[in-house]
Design a protein around this ligand. Structure first.
Ligand code: DLL
Length: 435
């Protein structure tokens, strides 16, 4: 049987000029497609035609699309194809109200699995790998997205889904699983149980394909040590396709964006102006080839920066830095902007605590208070009040240095912060009623 070669060297090493030519052609087609097939866009783009788009930069004529636009057109109002051409639906659950529904045509599913396949090959996965998918299967795009990409390159997929950690570990041993797909926080939880059982030396893990939530480099180092594997990060979101938008190559110097399918911009989330190359801001993405629910300049709310330099791996597709946070997750505390990822980077530096933490925000007499709850790594310090207090003060000082505001630090017992098999809930904002 011929081997599938998803590493499309001819595409992944195109010159910047060629990439932009492809993007321009696809963008112009997309504008026509959206105007013809999506009444919402027909109205929005009344004064814009594809002829007006002469360079990729002319994308700036097009208004942004937001999550609210998708919600307002619930469930299928932004679809570019009738339901008879839609072969799959997924949805992401928001904190409130109706989910955001997305639809895929057959072509979309092909494109999706190609994009994921490219990223996982760049991360070092091959057809010889046995990969356990510990994302929840269902409306969430993570599990099926990775599933089809992995099958496409011929890897052996073990669809364990999330949860049932003991069984995950048993199967890892019995099947000699080489790769794990999960959120970083669930990977860390699996690592904790492996340590308790003392079975790390019985595992064959080599690669972690982690994504769907933030993970600092320091947290990644912990996971790597706990699972004895090489951890990579990949990024995506339901509205754009699911996983498959960008991912680490083995150099891990930023996640390569599949630029022939996704056109990325960075904007200032306040002024909404497009920022010059290299600056940090909100990621805005246009889906260049998606048919089911095409997105023009979708505001992701994710904060990152993009580099257009050629990577050491030879790929020319632009790379986005690890997500710093979400613009709507950014905590404004006593006038200072605080990203949970900054706090995580500080906490991870302390060996005596586990990487599980929670940020609790309260307001007393109009003043915001931040409590950082951190878990002790084990019970060894529990009776030693001097050592505990010493640790608490050290963490508090380090946080103050980085955040420039003071916070309350509470040390809590190991395992007292709830674990999830999906995305971790790190922020508890009680300032205007719990979020
Ligand atoms: O989480 C898609 C996905 C699944 C990506 C599996 C990677 C792996 P949603 O549930 O719609 O889709 O959530 C999208 O998750 O806007 C980010 O805030 C966050 N996110 C996704 N990947 C990363 C990442 C999937 N690698 C939202 N680092 C996005 C940080 C991430 N945050």
């Amino acid at each position: 049987m011929p081997k599938v070669n998803i590493y499309q060297k001819d595409i992944e090493t195109l010159s910047r000029q060629k990439i932009e030519e492809i993007q321009l052609e696809r963008l112009r087609h997309l504008v026509d497609y959206c105007k013809k097939n999506v009444p919402f866009y027909a109205k929005r783009l009344e004064n814009i035609s594809s002829e007006k788009i002469k360079t990729v930069k002319d994308i700036e004529y097009i208004p942004y699309t937001t999550k609210e636009d998708i919600r307002d057109n619930y469930p299928f109002g932004l679809f570019g194809k009738p339901l008879k051409d839609i072969v799959r639906l997924h949805a992401s659950s928001g904190t409130t109200g109706k989910p955001t529904v997305v639809g895929y045509t057959k072509n979309d599913l092909d494109m999706w699995s190609d994009c994921v396949a490219r990223l996982i090959m760049a991360a070092g996965v091959t057809e010889d790998d046995i990969i356990q998918i510990a994302f929840s299967y269902g409306l969430f795009t993570g599990a099926l997205g990775l599933h089809y990409g992995l099958e496409k390159i011929g890897a052996t997929v073990v669809p364990t889904s999330s949860g049932n950690t003991e069984k995950q570990i048993m199967l890892m041993q019995d099947f000699k699983t080489t790769g794990l797909v999960s959120t970083p926080s669930y990977a860390q939880h699996i690592a904790e149980i492996i340590a308790e059982k003392g079975v790390l030396n019985k595992l064959n893990l080599t690669t972690g394909l982690f994504g769907s939530e933030g993970c600092s480099e320091e947290f990644r180092d912990r996971i790597e040590a706990g699972l004895n594997l090489f951890a990579t990060d990949n990024y995506g979101m339901s509205e754009l396709i699911g996983p498959g938008v960008s991912g680490d190559c083995v150099y891990r110097k930023g996640m390569h964006i599949n630029e022939d399918h996704f056109l990325a911009e960075i904007i200032d989330p306040k002024t909404l102006e497009v920022l010059p190359q290299g600056e940090t801001g909100e990621l805005v993405v246009t889906t260049l080839t998606k048919e089911g629910i095409p997105m023009l300049r979708y505001r992701t709310k994710d904060i990152t920066q993009i580099s257009y330099d050629i990577c050491d791996c030879g790929r020319t597709f632009a790379r986005m830095a690890k997500i710093k946070g979400r613009s709507d997750d950014m905590l404004k505390i006593r006038g200072v902007n605080v990203f949970p990822s900054q706090i995580e980077s500080v906490l991870i530096g302390f060996e005596q605590i586990s990487p599980n933490y929670q940020l609790v925000l309260t307001r007393t007499h109009s003043t915001d208070e931040l409590e950082v709850k951190v878990e002790l790594a084990d019970g060894s310090l529990l009776e030693n009040y001097t050592a505990l207090e010493d640790l608490r003060v050290k963490i508090k000082k380090s946080l103050k240095n980085v955040l420039e505001i003071s916070s309350k630090v509470s040390l809590v017992e190991y395992r007292s912060i709830e674990r999830t098999a999906g995305k971790a809930q790190r922020i508890v904002d009680l300032r205007n009623g719990e979020k």
